[in-house]
Design a protein around this ligand. Sequence first.
Ligand SMILES: [Mn+2]
Length: 436
Amino acid sequence: MIALDCGIKAVDQVDYAAGKNIDFIICDHHLPGKSIPKAVAILNPLQSDCTYPDKYLSGCGIGFKLAQALTQAWDLDKHEPYKYLDLVAIAAACDIVPLIGENRVLCHFGIQLIEEAMRPGLKLLLENAGRLVDGRLKKDLTIGDIVFAIGPRINAAGRMEHGQLAVELLTSTTTKAAEIPASRVNENNTTRREVDKQMLEQALAMVQELNENTVSTVLFDPNWHKGVVGIVASRVQDVRYRPTIILTEAEGMATGSARSVEGFDVHAAIESCADLLDTYGGHRAAAGLTMKLENLEEFRDRFEAAVDAVIDPSQLIPSIPIDLELKLHQINMRFYNSMNRMAPFGPENMRPVFVSHNLKDTKRSKKVGDGSHLKLEVCQSGVEAQLIRGIAFGLGHMLDEIEDREFSAVYTLEINEFNGVKSLELMVRDIKVSAS
Ligand SMILES: [Mn+2]
């Protein structure tokens, strides 16, 4: 048996299999526990004695390493595993692993493979997500597209129906064969979104009831869907920026998922409550855990105390790290193209974030969508002829404030393609009005 993306803590299960004469190869990237399973081989760069230089491959990336090793051992063409780099890239993007070193290279070639020889299943997913129109990608595929358009759809299958559907979809060699699994996966995604929305509303109502002075958020509802607790944890953090654990009931236990805040080790805080837990595992930034229902209350208190003991108050304020200040006249296609040579962007190699000051509204900025978003057209004080457009999601309420005052904007640069004409746009993350 080959375990992929799991198994590093499966000491008993591997012993049991050994008793039945079944050999195990474990390909995992999660933190090992105190004892290691007695498998035939373990590929996990996080083992303390592992000298492999790249420590943060995705689970699928480790599987790719096994495939590469087998190609060598069996004297096959070394290019053989490269056919699967699209899947390796999808896994790396969706697993939010650092996009540096080997991951960045794997993602670069994986995205290239998706663009040049897209699997039928992926085509149908990207069409459903509105990214692919008449067989053409609307714009170059990014890690963000994979995370938001492909990932949730693939995950929805496992969460709402069965992961096998996603396997069928991704291994289909013809569009015809991919059609049925694709329509089911897309349906699962619609349901997942609905469930996600309901859970989120309930969770946000619970957040309102919490003591404002606590430094952690632990929410439990026995009826929440196990598959979407991770997403809800991230959304809850958008309104209450604290180490967050969202739990639901499954098989008579409380089980769920934890998200950390920048710079804080949530895995260590959970580990300090290990005596209350049945299982737990993960990384500094995200972890999973299971406990008996009767331990919930004590866990909530102990986790709060564990976070409180080590967290720095500054870690509770979300911040946007800025890479560089730009004058609007510096923004042009040449600049964008050289910046883009550092792509694919992702964790630890984020799309550069810029700031510009003394911006002025051209009076053509307006609220869009349901009024919560802002479509901007701005210039910079002193260089009024240089205009640039932008979009600011969730900042519609800033329109009144920027109408007659100078402001600063923090943004990333995006390409907008309309009727075949490419232009640069600010994707505005935050706006600050200058003191008048
Ligand atoms: Mn994993």
